[in-house]
Design a protein around this ligand. Structure first.
Ligand code: DQQ
Length: 586
């Protein structure tokens, strides 16, 4: 929202946009249902350089530059042995503004080297900002970037950029041809809601295609373009997809996934044995949803399966603080990798005082679940190379109302994997069908300290010794008419002693048949001010930003708890300290 005043013949008056936007956001936020708005403009703070960088709650192994504001991951790609990550960055301050494409490279997705920004405002077609976009590796092994530039009239234009020197292993310098913009908002397109081009794909045909996110009134749109030469682009007759009442679609992503197995597919792959994924980031709600479906290349059509909702109640990669995400195909390991931005949820003046804001979540390998109904995500395997000292707990019963501490490691920067065995399912609380579309509201009502039947059970992370501070990561099992329903929850309401902090609960349902399996797994990546959790081997994921005031560094503790009346058993728990990788020279 609010990234510069929209103008031009097609825009709604700015005051109306702001008012409607603010009302929706405020309502959502009141019910704890929204991640903090990303780009509300704080003009007076945009160019306030950090005088000091406060390291106390900086992350140790999550992607971060040494200082300042970051948002969306841009143009991730693998090229000639090197992974590239570009991202939206404010070189002059810790709030959104002055946006450039910062650039880092890595050979393992874990250790990162920061380079100079790759794309900065410099030409009429991007003088007011270089916003999000994607990379495509063209035939002949030539990478191309597509990004949104903001022109002097505040119109959003789509531009290309190419490496200046393909023999530079890091592709440090990028050139913007003078023929930009290659796609301008034409008739019937809202020039202030037209951004974030996807990676292009070719499929079986001769044309390149890509989509640009947009909206018309409240209808979200993925506008489709095609080109033979990557220079001249023509709008297709119909958008690739559009859904009413979803608002602006930011950062769309469109790619194929194999129906069987975990192997990733090149974005241009097309044919039998695959489905397509369309993900959009909802500017109005500040979270994302995706559908799985069938793509008809020759008809320029995408038809979602009817296995999940095609609106804001649909499937999400992550039910927490995770936005503007983007995937890329990694030819080195034949996998598809997902990057997503985890914004701060602290107050702006605190961000300014600490001199940094925003991280990227740990990259995740992504593939289709064998049910064909949802995606599975798992932290990239390279993360395990950072695992250090560890502890193991086996076969430990946790009866109702009890907890125990996992001792022996410093858990402020850790990776925890645990498998729970559940029993006593007859004690599960009854499930009200009206809760089915709002896991988050249910978690807000039935938080970790609300006793249950089967659960809440799980982990208390970033906890102080006496548990005055703690972030609960847990499951709670309900009995619906014909099946059990598993809720996964992050409850940070007691995560900090600081008053007036925004501490939203986040939750999603987990598609498992718990009566059949009798167990469920949980993995949590803990990193000072972020907790990323993966339920049931990556079926449901939640990311939260938390700001402990006591549970910092060696004073952070880790517990297992059970606040249900049925016993649970930890069949195995492993917790590792995670070493600090090279992180952009910080
Ligand atoms: N952030 C970018 C936009 C995009 C938004 C600007 C999503 O291109 O729509 O920094 O967070």
């Amino acid at each position: 929202m609010g990234m510069g005043r929209p103008s031009g013949a097609w825009s709604t008056p700015w005051s109306v946009v702001v008012l409607v936007h603010w009302l929706l956001w405020a309502t959502e936020r009141r019910r704890g249902a929204v991640v903090e708005a990303s780009h509300v403009e704080f003009a007076s703070l945009q160019s306030v350089p950090a005088s000091v960088v406060d390291n106390r709650l900086r992350t140790g192994y999550h992607f971060q530059p040494p200082r300042n504001w970051i948002n969306d991951p841009n143009g991730p790609m693998y090229f000639n042995g090197v992974y590239h990550l570009f991202y939206q960055y404010n070189p002059n301050g810790s709030v959104w503004g002055n946006i450039v494409w910062a650039h880092s490279v890595s050979t393992d997705l874990v250790n990162w080297i920061a380079l100079d920004p790759a794309i900065r405002p410099s030409k009429p077609f991007d003088i007011n900002g270089c916003w999000s976009g994607s990379a495509t590796v063209l035939p002949g092994n030539r990478p191309a970037i597509f990004y949104t530039g903001i022109d002097p009239q505040q119109r959003q234009l789509q531009n290309v950029a190419y490496p200046k020197d393909l023999s530079d292993p890091y592709l440090r310098e990028w050139v913007k041809p003078d023929y930009n913009p290659v796609i301008a908002p034409g008739d019937g397109i809202n020039a202030s809601a037209f951004r974030d081009p996807t990676t292009a794909w070719r499929g079986p045909g001769t044309h390149w295609k890509l989509v640009v996110g947009s909206k018309w009134n409240r209808r979200g749109k993925a506008i489709l373009y095609r080109s033979r030469d990557f220079v001249h682009w023509v709008k297709a007759k119909h958008p690739l997809h559009t859904v009413k009442d979803t608002g602006m679609w930011e950062c769309p992503d469109f790619y194929p996934v194999a129906v069987k197995g975990r192997r990733g597919l090149d974005t241009s792959a097309y044919g039998d044995g695959m489905k397509h994924v369309l993900k959009v980031s909802l500017d109005l709600r500040r979270y994302e949803y995706y559908t799985l479906g069938k793509y008809y290349h020759y008809q320029d059509k995408y038809v979602p399966d009817n296995t999940s909702a095609d609106d804001h109640t649909g499937l999400r990669y992550d039910y927490g603080n995770f936005y503007a995400s983007k995937t890329f195909f990694d030819p080195k390991k034949q996998r598809r990798i997902l990057w997503g931005w985890a914004n701060e949820s602290d107050a702006k003046d605190v961000d300014v005082a600490k001199g940094w804001a925003g991280i990227q979540a740990i990259p995740r390998t992504i593939w289709l679940d064998s049910s064909g109904r949802q995606l599975i995500q798992w932290p990239i395997e390279e993360l395990e190379s950072l695992r250090g000292k560890h502890v193991v707990v086996e076969h430990k019963k946790v009866s109702g109302g009890n907890s125990f501490e996992v001792e022996g490691i410093n858990s402020s920067q850790a990776d925890v994997e645990v498998a729970f065995e559940v029993s006593g399912l007859e004690k599960a609380e009854a499930f009200d069908p009206s809760w089915a579309t709002d896991a988050e509201a249910l978690c807000g009502r039935k938080r970790a300290d609300v006793k249950g039947g089967v659960g809440p059970f799980g982990l208390l992370v970033l906890a102080s010794a006496n548990m005055e501070e703690k972030t609960a990561v847990f499951f709670r099992i309900f009995k619906a008419e014909h099946k059990h329903v598993v809720l996964m929850c992050h409850d940070p309401t007691r995560s900090s002693m600081r008053p007036n902090l925004y501490r939203p609960t986040f939750a999603g349902y987990v598609d498992v048949d718990i009566a059949k399996t009798g167990k469920i797994s949980l993995r949590s990546l803990i990193d000072h001010s972020v907790v990323e959790s993966f339920g049931a081997d990556g079926k449901t994921c939640i990311t939260s930003r938390v700001y402990p005031s006591l549970a910092i560094g060696k004073d952070a503790h880790l517990f297992v708890f059970n606040n249900g009346s049925a016993d649970v058993k930890v069949s195995e728990l492993k917790a590792w300290e995670i070493r600090r990788p090279l992180m952009n020279g910080a």
